[in-house]
Design a protein around this ligand. Structure first.
Ligand SMILES: [Zn+2]
Length: 119
């Protein structure tokens, strides 16, 4: 598979998140992480450097789902005290979104891009 350019930022509902590839990404307990989304550290999605390319993209989707929930906020916002619940929801959505993209990703992107051009 040819090496794909990995993005250095992503817009989540209009909010810019920097994408940072980090060595030894760990949580506050010192456990290794695949990825992390933070708004306290200036809207950043951090992804572990040692993941293979597919896992980096899966992690970007996963962390983007956390960011969508956080940015959208409102009554669907899941507060940090209920992080396990949010993590469960995000993992379920991640699996479903990735399967959808594997089946129809090219068609979805093509038609969404076409619609945008027609505006
Ligand atoms: Zn997560």
């Amino acid at each position: 598979m040819k090496k794909l350019h990995f993005p250095d930022h992503v817009y989540i509902l209009g909010v810019r998140f920097r994408i940072q590839i980090d060595k030894d990404l760990k949580d506050e307990d010192g456990d290794l992480l695949d990825g992390e989304m933070s708004r306290q550290k200036g809207n950043v999605i951090r992804i572990a450097e040692d993941l293979d390319t597919r896992r980096k993209w899966e992690t970007l989707i996963h962390e983007s789902l956390h960011a969508i929930l956080d940015v959208a906020g409102g009554k669907y916002s899941i507060n940090s005290a209920d992080f396990d619940r949010e993590e469960t929801i995000v993992r379920q959505l991640e699996s479903g979104v990735i399967l959808l993209l594997e089946q129809y990703g090219k068609e979805i992107v093509k038609h969404l891009a076409d619609e945008r051009k027609e505006d």
